[in-house]
Design a protein around this ligand. Sequence first.
Ligand code: G1P
Ligand code: ZN
Length: 542
Amino acid sequence: MIRTIATKPFPDQKPGTSGLRKKVPVFQQPGYLETYIQAIFDSLEDFAGKTLVLGGDGRFFNREAIQIVVKIAAANGFGRIVIGKGGILSTPAASALIRHLGAFGGIILSASHNPGGPEGDFGVKYNIGAGGPAPEKITDAIFARTEEIDAYEISDAADVDIDRLGAVKVEQTTVEIVDPVTQYLGLMKTLFDFDAIQALFASGFRIRFDGMHAVTGPYAHAIFEGELGAGAGSVVNGAPLPDFGGHHPDPNPIYAKDLYDLMMSAGAPDFGAASDGDGDRNMIVGRNIYVTPSDSLAILAANARLAPGYAKGLAGVARSMPTSAAADRVAAHLGIRAYETPTGWKFFGNLLDAGLATFCGEESFGTGSNHIREKDGIWAVLYWLNILAHRRMSVIDLVREHWATYGRNYYTRHDYDEIDLNAAEGLMDNLRALTVTLAGKTFGADKVEAADDFAYHDPVDGSHSDHQGIRVMFEGGSRIVYRLSGTGTVGATLRVYIERYVPPSGNLDQDTQAALGDLIALSRELAAIEARTGRRAPSVIT
Ligand code: G1P
Ligand code: ZN
């Protein structure tokens, strides 16, 4: 039976960069998740009888949340709900499944790379039929609805057994439990040369993939060890755990330190990679070389012809504004368009739908293509393996060859976590005011060419997004960028992105933090970071 339950608006249901993210206890408040899910459905039209894809990254509260969403979706009249077995779907696999099924949309339960567990984070994201995160028009409508909602509809049916493949009925809705890997693997086979990668492994090539106890474990075991013949044990931390083993499931040199250290040691395998909580991020490390996500995007673009799915060439490459300009140089070389979008994968959707861009990337360990509408961690790893299978050279030699051709964009990101919200906003306001005075000024060897508060005009739908980060751009291609995180759950996180371009004739072999030393000092001074936040040093450097 369908029941209508009275509710009231919760004051904090404004979706951020990637949906609604809150601490688990916030989501556990009576009616909190129910109200938000109903607000999503209230903001959508004409989904009666249509398909909803549903899955999550397996974090704490995932299984309970799946049952709630099923009962509300059934009560609201979806015709079919397709769920990954165990409630598991990586974000990229969910995007692929939405597109494959021609679904109306999907709900992904994840807080991505944020820690999980009873006191950790949880999140809910709505994706549209194209497979990507809902555009701002929809997230704004959802938020507006959360401010006035007064009831939700829910079925009182028993819980669905999400661990058994097959279909059952909840009210009039068919609920189907599917294997989370099968369809995704099929898609990967259309893009990459699996035979060549199998031959690479057969020749003795060794990898380590760190699943970080998050959602990619099952995918990695099935694809790398199963299909491709990487030896057993190539995948570590491959069992998804509700608290990710107590770690940050964020693939970067800090949180994937074991992998990073192994790759820098004498016993390193040929290739290392890790993915995040929900499987959309990736970190690539070769023996004795860490590949920045910005460089990875550029290298994938430069070698696109080696992968069967992209052999016809690329339409364009898009990167988020704070991502280094390394990919722009490849685009210029290939004679294709380079796009610069605000932070957040949702801004790539229109460019991909319109066929303007084929590859997209963010400095935050996100890379992907037009195969889906999310970034894709396993995809990036397969792509690298595909390149290495054809080039038969080490990661370090491949990266050095790239720099020698295009030059090197030294790049780092400094995060100041959990700072006071007012202090952070004051710092940004101050920088915004400063931008108008900076052009033409010289700091050490660097002269400011331009400074602004980045605004994006979407070339496809004409929408406009202001206040997307402060850019200080120097002659010769160096930059300092400041923005506040839209995914944090406590206080504010200030992100400072620092980049210096060195042409092929310059010194390409410096330590990154040293190469950027003067710009790093300037980044602190310009924003008066210590005076305004009390922080002398960043909490995380990537
Ligand atoms: C962060 C990253 C951004 C990414 C988002 C979702 O957002 O910086 O590139 O799209 O997570 O994975 P932020 O916290 O900076 O708003
Ligand atoms: Zn993620």
